[in-house]
Ligand binder design. Structure first.
Ligand SMILES: [Zn+2]
Length: 530
């Protein structure tokens, strides 16, 4: 049996036994490699090839050409070369992402892999569903990615796709990954070869001869095709390009002006963004009414959304999507924090978005209370850090609901103890100001817990809601009840749904807290509409 056949034999036999478990594992991670790599590593060991441990620090830099042939406008040919020496265990492998934000990428979308060593000799490749292994060092490579297979609504916001001469290239799922992800920021120079008449948009810097300099592969998206329209505006020192695809009831001006207003408001609350170039893409897939998915990656926000039956509802939905996604330009994408602290930035994005909607009279104060009440209806004893780990394994709804409830309780606690001088916005601003300009990354959970625990009034709720693996819902509600009591709010349960309401009799302190929460905006709206 030749060496290649031996590897193939081992891989085929072992992975087929393990495939069920591999799939389950992979669902829990956002941008991950297959567990099969661990098996592949094992084979190298079996075959006596040296494996280093992963202590190297070098960034994996490459030059790539991404080309689309007009006769096959659903396929991407990737041709490239590694420009830095890769560690031995990496250098024999072309590895591909397995799933992104819960979207599983079909292995068969990658075809015709080809590789050469530094002498220009073609290398024989052993192909597993998620990677190609060569017996020599891979220097040049090419393969084809079929981008039709990943076209569904959720995919339209999270992974690469090409349809009707329009699409998005997300380099994180298109280019070779690290054999074992180290979390290092990887960069590349990209040359685009597109059919005549196709445009492209991205936040990437222009390099020599029209190339794009991508500073972080996993957070970059390039919009390509004939179906995108674009416009630009500036907010403070940053430039925002709005790219839209598909026919909308709402005008492009409305999308621009809503985005601008939201960005101005968040800038005032949290501080100016400092990225320079940002991109907001709103894309309308051909799907049933009311469905949507969104993702904010680096300095690019992508909202894939259908419309509602009426224009006013569509505008409201779009407003909500923008308020949420644009928040992420600050947290997590504007700070040097690493790891999975989704519980914080998803909860605070939802809550900040609700507060902004009340302030701008987009929703009524009562609508906000209604949403918050529903968040308390989703009861789970699992703590937020643990829920984050289980996010893509079916806990997303609990994570969002509990994260929102937690952000609201933080807002109440801070408002009460500071007599209205501090709020949930104070926390977001402090986190952004502390970590936005740092070169070194800090662990996100560590940084956020340090910040929250610096306020003694937040410590009891942090303990119950965040760090406890299994908290006690009754204990959590006791903390919430005392905060509601101080704010003039009641939380009642009817038919299993919790409802928050303002008490009929309020003392002056309760009125002051409610005013801070936007109770005034509600009164103003009623007055204006009379
Ligand atoms: Zn979010």
């Amino acid at each position: 049996m030749t060496l290649i056949r031996l590897i193939q034999f081992l891989i085929l036999n072992i992975t087929s036994e393990q495939s069920g478990q591999v799939k389950q594992e992979s669902m829990r991670r956002s941008l991950v490699m297959s567990k099969k790599f661990q098996l592949v590593r094992l084979f190298f060991g079996v075959l006596g090839l040296t494996l280093q441990f992963f202590t190297f620090a070098a960034a994996q830099e490459m030059n790539v050409t991404l080309s689309i042939d007009e006769k096959r406008p659903y396929e991407l040919t990737v041709t490239g070369s590694f420009k830095q020496e890769r560690p031995l265990n990496e250098s024999h492998v072309l590895a591909f992402a397995e799933n992104v934000a819960g979207v599983v990428l079909p292995a068969e979308r990658i075809s015709k892999p080809y590789a050469r060593d530094d002498q220009g000799n073609a290398l024989q490749l052993v192909t597993t569903p998620r990677c190609c292994i060569a017996l020599g060092k891979i220097v040049d490579f090419s393969y084809i990615v079929d981008l039709r297979s990943t076209y569904r609504l959720r995919d339209a916001a999270h992974v690469s796709w090409l349809k009707d001469q329009t699409g998005v290239l997300m380099l994180g799922d298109l280019l070779p990954q690290e054999f074992k992800p180290t979390g290092k920021i990887r960069n590349a120079t990209v040359n685009l070869e597109l059919p005549n008449g196709w445009k492209h948009f991205s936040t990437a810097r222009q390099g020599p001869s029209g190339t794009l300099v991508i500073s972080d592969l996993d957070y970059s998206a390039i919009f390509v095709g004939t179906g995108w329209r674009s416009s630009q505006f500036e907010v403070e020192r940053n430039r925002f390009t709005v790219v839209t695809g598909g026919n909308f009831q709402v005008s492009y001006d409305e999308i621009d002006s809503r985005s601008r207003a939201i960005l101005l408001d968040y800038s005032r609350l949290f501080g100016e963004l400092s990225g320079g170039n940002y991109l907001i893409a709103v894309y309308r897939p051909n799907l049933a009414t009311g469905e949507w998915a969104a993702d904010t990656r680096g300095r690019t926000a992508l909202i894939a959304t259908t419309e509602m039956p009426f224009k006013s509802q569509t505008l409201q939905q779009l407003d909500e999507q923008l308020r949420h996604e644009l928040f992420h330009f600050w947290i997590p994408n504007g700070v040097s924090l690493s790891g999975r602290y989704d519980w914080f930035y998803e909860g605070f994005a939802l809550y900040s978005s609700l507060r902004l909607a009340v302030r701008s009279n987009t929703i009524r104060f009562d609508d906000m209370l209604d949403t918050l009440g529903r968040a308390f209806s989703v009861e789970t004893s699992t703590g937020l850090i643990q829920l984050t780990k289980e996010r893509y394994g079916g806990s997303e709804r609990e994570l969002y609901a509990k994260g929102l409830a937690f952000a609201f309780l933080c807002d109440l606690a801070l408002n009460i103890s500071s007599k209205g001088k501090r709020s949930s916005d104070t926390l977001v601003r402090e986190l952004y100001q502390t970590y936005s300009d740092r070169a070194e990354r800090t662990d996100g959970n560590e940084a956020v817990l340090k910040l929250l625990n610096s306020y003694p009034e937040l410590r009891p709720i942090v303990g119950e809601y965040v760090t406890e693996t299994k908290g006690r819902p009754d204990k959590q509600l006791i903390h919430a009840a005392s905060l509601f009591d101080n704010s003039g709010l009641d939380l009642m349960t009817s038919n299993g749904i919790k409802k928050l309401s303002v008490r009929s009799k309020l003392n002056s302190r309760q009125k002051a807290i409610l005013d801070k929460l936007g109770y005034n905006s509600w009164r103003k709206l009623v007055k204006d509409s009379k």
